[in-house]
Design a protein around this ligand. Structure first.
Ligand code: TRP
Length: 340
């Protein structure tokens, strides 16, 4: 049987940028071939920071769905689901909460970080990892691909699964335990810098190129990109390493562009090619990369009912799995009384 993956995003934005692509989407597209993949839109988790912006959620959910489908996540291979349509999540989270020491939640680094950013100190923010553990354990995921910042949460899910199995699965033979033990899968990808040369591309940093940007927008952003600041004239020897223009070229060039790129690198270090020429080439490379994504997106944008159906079918499938899991959970906990 194929191993199962679950990963998710909070719908606090409506479009992905190149950094999201390199950091996670690209990997998901690859993993869908090998694993049975669940992608969860975590709208209840979004409420921890967006309880006063609930009017943005529906549009963001649609935007994320279009983003997933446009990069080639295949609805025949991926189960897309929406957290608030899986009420079993809250039920399981409660049971997991009964096994969660308060001190463990107090120690979570993500909580401190969010509070430092000025987020409200609510019960939902505090119990974030418990809900996330329920997300992961409901479909009995084996692997959870996430960024470094989420690793501690997946480890929490792992610990709670072990604890649950030990406590309630004692009489079950090994291999028939209630929960498989989920593992984090941390991609070793370097973070993509922003167009301004900042270490990280970010939605709110005004340094991002979005998968939804038009060819003209891409051109405008690239032509004003940060390059080697020490280089004043095209005849000055330039630095390729750490130069965002070359980092993007390496990250997004199709095979047929690669020869020219190694050429440019050589010329650049010798001061024999100008930034403008290299940037114009990057515009070509990026638009070539984005064109099929734009095309797929336009197809789905024209069929909003299809996108909705894909999500609905995913929800149905995820819900059936969730209900099955909960039956097993309650049985193991001996809470299956008064069932007939
Ligand atoms: N916490 C994740 C984030 O902020 C989103 C998320 C919610 C998630 N549930 C999940 C990720 C389950 C992986 C598995 O990005």
């Amino acid at each position: 049987m194929k191993k199962r993956i679950l990963t998710g995003d909070r719908p606090t934005y409506d479009s992905f940028h190149l950094g999201n692509y390199i950091g996670s989407l690209k990997n998901r597209v690859k993993l869908q071939e090998e694993y049975e993949t669940f992608i969860l839109i975590a709208d209840m988790h979004a409420l921890t920071t967006h309880f006063n912006k609930t009017d943005t959620l529906e549009g963001n959910i649609r935007g994320l769905m279009l983003g997933y489908l446009s990069v080639g996540l295949d609805p025949n291979k991926v189960t897309f689901c929406l957290q608030s349509k899986l009420p079993e999540t809250v039920e399981l989270a409660y049971f997991l909460g009964t096994l969660t020491p308060r001190a463990v939640l107090e120690r979570q680094p993500a909580l401190k970080e969010k509070l430092d950013q000025g987020e409200q100190d609510t019960f939902a923010l505090y119990s974030y990892p418990v809900l996330m553990a329920a997300d992961i354990l409901l479909p009995k995921a084996n692997l959870v691909p996430v960024g470094k910042d989420q690793k501690a949460h997946v480890e929490f899910a792992r610990d709670i699964a072990i604890k649950f199995n030990n406590l309630y699965g004692g009489s079950l033979p090994a291999g028939r335990q209630v929960f498989p033990i989920p593992e984090p899968l941390i991609g070793e990808v370097p973070t993509l810098p922003g167009t301004d040369g900042q270490a990280k591309m970010g939605k709110s940093l005004n340094n991002a190129i979005f998968l939804t940007d038009s060819a003209q927008e891409v051109e405008k952003k690239v032509m004003s990109m940060y390059t080697d600041p020490k280089r004043i004239h095209p005849t000055d020897p330039g630095t390729v390493e750490g130069n965002p223009v070359f980092i993007y070229l390496d990250a997004f060039a199709a095979e047929n562009f690669k020869f020219q790129i190694s050429n440019f690198k050589l010329l650049y270090t010798k001061g024999q090619v100008g930034d403008i020429e290299v940037k114009k080439y990057l515009v070509k490379v990026l638009n070539n990369f984005l064109d099929p994504i734009r095309k797929r997106r336009a197809e789905y944008e024209n069929k909003p009912e299809l996108v909705e159906r894909i999500l609905e079918e995913g929800i149905q499938k995820a819900r059936a799995e969730a209900q099955k899991t909960l039956v097993g959970v309650k049985k193991a906990m001996k809470l299956d009384y008064f069932n007939n």
